[in-house]
Design a binder for this molecule. Sequence first.
Ligand code: SAM
Length: 277
Amino acid sequence: MIWFTEYWTENVGLTVKADQVKKIRSKYQEILVLDTPQFGKMLILDGLVQTTEKDEFIYHEMLAHPALLMHPNPERVLVIGGGDGGTVREVLKHSSVKEVHLCEIDEEVILISEKYFPSISEKLRDPKVKIFIEDGNEFLQERQNYYDVIIMDSSDPVGASEVLFREEFYRKVKSSLRHDGIMVAQTESPVLQEEYFSKAYREIRKVFRNVGVYLAYIPTYPSGMWSFTIASDFIDITDTTRNIEKVKELKTKYFCDSIYACLFSLPRFVQDILKKS
Ligand code: SAM
């Protein structure tokens, strides 16, 4: 067994005792799989925890379901990043969805997930899913007015993911959406990554008319408090009564109708960060 630490800041981190299952260097990043008594298997990219068997459902459910419920009829969905497959699995719980495109830059993440995280990646080969091994930024260049929902399931805004947190990128997202499309992005921790969080919100607001932020509590992500930013030009994404009757059908473990109903209830300090963004 080894001790592994993800450094959340220069002086705070998450340390786990683990067996090292696999370690490779892909073209883009170091991919590490650990097996831990507490969190089950963990997927780590360049030293940063992406997902764990124990708490992955929280992140994937909260990333996928609000946007899919708020859209009147989501048929075409794009996931950018998300090579572990957890978001795709959640998207496919919505029966209206006919087509899911997954645009992941690093094929090795998909292959490792399929081998070591079958419960997360189980739907990646579903006939409705088409996988593109490409940079999300370049992928969007070629697609106009096509998707109902675009989900940004990217790594932290460093390296290959940095570009996915900029205004120019969100403009591409907007033009790839149909007029009533919705986008949602994971936007980091308001506690330990306030700068990234506030920048993502600011850049998204420059591009979309309606923007909302919500939170979830994810034990293995920095500080445990995680943010998501959802946006649309046409749809009032603050109406969390929309399709609320469908929530029960989704077979979720974290997301539920009462969380949906008060999705945008934010602690005051988070409201304050958004006000000054
Ligand atoms: N839930 C995770 C988190 O916040 O830690 C994100 C998980 S997912 C595994 C992130 C994926 O985004 C990685 O597999 C990475 O290879 C991919 N990625 C990074 N930059 C990308 C880009 N420019 N285009 C497409 N995928 C990208």
